[in-house]
Design a protein around this ligand. Structure first.
Ligand SMILES: [Zn+2]
Length: 233
């Protein structure tokens, strides 16, 4: 009832991405770091099932914000931004893939739209919804959604766990070593955070348990993964 559809998500994400490009210093397409991130992102996209791409025609994009912050975030409908502060601390392509595959899951599984719907329900109260509002008032209205809400609505722990899990699957299907993801969490534990969203904060109490879950999954699958590939720089 409140959940924005695929097209609405794409429109909102584009609007917010334009805002990011206006307010932040986004690296040019020709910058080697921008090229590397885009290349890894598009490689991951190639491993998303074709029927999903058809059903959810999100317009994915991969860009780098020139900033010391250790962060990355996804906007509904496709845009992904990673901060150069985080990127510069990553040594392998597998680590970059770990960040991007996690962010991709937030878009693919429409986490922002679900969070928005939950937020609206809480705000209005279920009783009010059932008794007072008519269909018009519960319909989704893009104009009523501020960019701030697009940036700041937090994902639930359930969504984060799902992004780690589905990201893991996309990583390994694409030939990356999931240890890269663990490495990213270790980097975050040591320092940093910041930027527009709380997506990759270093003092998050769940970091250790997220690392543990990935390590358990690696053990359980019992596969040998290719060595991590060092970045070209
Ligand atoms: Zn996340």
């Amino acid at each position: 009832m409140f959940k924005p559809g695929i097209k609405d998500q794409i429109t909102l994400g584009k609007r917010a991405a334009a805002q990011v490009r206006k307010e932040e210093k986004v690296l040019k397409e020709t910058d080697p770091r921008a090229i590397e991130v885009k290349h890894i992102g598009e490689g991951l996209l190639a491993h998303i099932p074709a029927d999903e791409r058809k059903k959810k025609p999100f317009e994915y994009s991969f860009e780098v914000i020139d900033s010391k912050d250790l962060n990355a975030f996804a906007l509904p409908g496709g845009p992904i931004f990673i901060y150069s502060g985080l990127l510069d601390k990553l040594d392998t392509k597998d680590q970059i893939a770990g960040v991007i595959s996690h962010e991709l899951t937030h878009i693919r599984n429409e986490h922002w739209a679900s969070a928005y719907a939950d937020n609206q329900k809480r705000r209005l109260g279920l009783l009010v919804i059932l008794s007072v509002l008519n269909a018009n008032e519960t319909a989704f209205n893009i104009a009523s959604v501020s960019d701030a809400l697009v940036f700041e609505l937090p994902y639930s722990r359930k969504h984060e766990a799902e992004a780690d899990k589905v990201g893991f699957e996309l990583d390994t299907a694409s030939g990356y070593n999931p240890q890269g993801m663990v490495d990213v969490f270790e980097v975050l534990k040591k320092a940093g955070g910041g930027g527009r969203t709380t997506e990759w904060i270093s003092d998050h109490p769940a970091l250790d348990s997220r690392i543990q879950k990935i390590q358990d999954r690696i053990k359980k699958e019992g596969k040998s993964y290719p060595n991590q590939v060092p970045r070209t720089r």
